[in-house]
Design a protein around this ligand. Structure first.
Ligand SMILES: [Zn+2]
Length: 59
């Protein structure tokens, strides 16, 4: 089961520690991480970490 982080108000994958607003994405990530021992970019790009990195700048 994915964990819920109260401070970020998001779910996170226990293995790679990426956070997701969407519980389904966090579950997919954890499923992938536990079976593949590596990150799936198409899932990880939806993480809060990836999104905040992208929107961190003023265009
Ligand atoms: Zn993961």
């Amino acid at each position: 089961m994915v964990k819920f982080d109260r401070s970020l108000n998001a779910y996170y994958c226990e293995i790679c520690k990426l956070h997701y607003k969407d519980k389904e994405l966090a579950e997919k990530c954890q499923e992938w991480c536990s079976t593949h021992d590596s990150c799936n970019l198409s899932i990880a790009k939806n993480s809060i970490e990836a999104l905040s990195r992208r929107t961190g700048r003023t265009s």
